[in-house]
Design a binder for this molecule. Sequence first.
Ligand code: DOR
Ligand code: ZN
Ligand code: ZN
Length: 364
Amino acid sequence: MLILPGLIDAHVHLRVPGGEHKEDFISGSSAALAGGFTTLLAMPNTNPPLVTVENWRNTQSQAEAQALCDVHHFAGGSEAHLDQLPELAKNAVGLKLYLDATFGPLRLQDPAAIEKCLELWPASKPICLHAELDSLRAGIELAERHQKHIHVCHVARKEEVEMIAKAQDRGINVTAEVTAHHLFLTEGDTQRLGPYGDMRPRLQSQQDQDALWQHLGTTIEVIASDHAPHAKFEKEGFESQKAFLIAEKPLEEEQKRPIPPGIPGLESTLPLMLTAVAENRLSLETLIKLLHDNPKRLFNLPEQPETWVEVDETAKYIFPDHPLYTKCGWSPFAGLRMTGSVSRVVLRGKEVYKNGIINYSKEN
Ligand code: DOR
Ligand code: ZN
Ligand code: ZN
């Protein structure tokens, strides 16, 4: 048996408010514990998004009341609510800026507004970027000019990781994160997976993936899941639901939404990384840095005393079609051979997970 610290997932979407049919604080934090995570950093692209102090506070207090592990929320940058940033900066774990298109209402396109976000946000807390290629280049330039800490979410391409490495060499305060799916899946899997392999950034080439592994633990300091659950009926397209809709009635606008990008990852990230350790692709020491020490330091997270994760590093199994706790009920890793599973999680002295079962009591 192996003992790990309570792991930190620095990038998850828990869908509260507005998307609770995809995930909520109870299901999301249960999935976290089953996956060895005791701290989650949650993204602001909710509905409504966490761009005002009021929305941020409501969501954060709901998390504190309901979640079974620690949840810290990011604030989102939006053109219409720039005035909220100084107050949001006092409590949010960081700022998230969406410079490229993805799921949700938060996309920043006005260069003046982006500039303003950089100006208003304190240097002591990271500004996380959803940015690819050209917008990443622009983001790095902003970090340099404003002397702020930019954390690049889910880096997916060779060109991007090399761009970041160069910026780091020049002393720019840029850190980077990679997802387990970009480390384990490539564009070669997209046809097999269909909508279940669609996310932003998209899966890339083998050459891109090789570069991510090469920079893992150096240029790239954090592994995060980018847990982005969507219901099966949304992935299949609302057309697939026609049979359930009132006969003959045309689809409502709401039901014609495009298939949302994003895949769940809370319950598969650690098993995948443990598999990499078993296959000597990664050391256990680096795994702990990427999933605990580095995110703790970069996001200035509090200690969790008497907290640990017990792992059976020899367990061999096939990843199930349905992960145990995420509400979405599917995984792009279904059917994959894995080595290493979580057997028990203790959070602040209390057993919160054992052999597949969550302890739902909030009291000790
Ligand atoms: O694929 C993605 N899904 N990428 C993102 O950046 C957002 C996420 C979501 O919220 O579903
Ligand atoms: Zn993103
Ligand atoms: Zn994300």
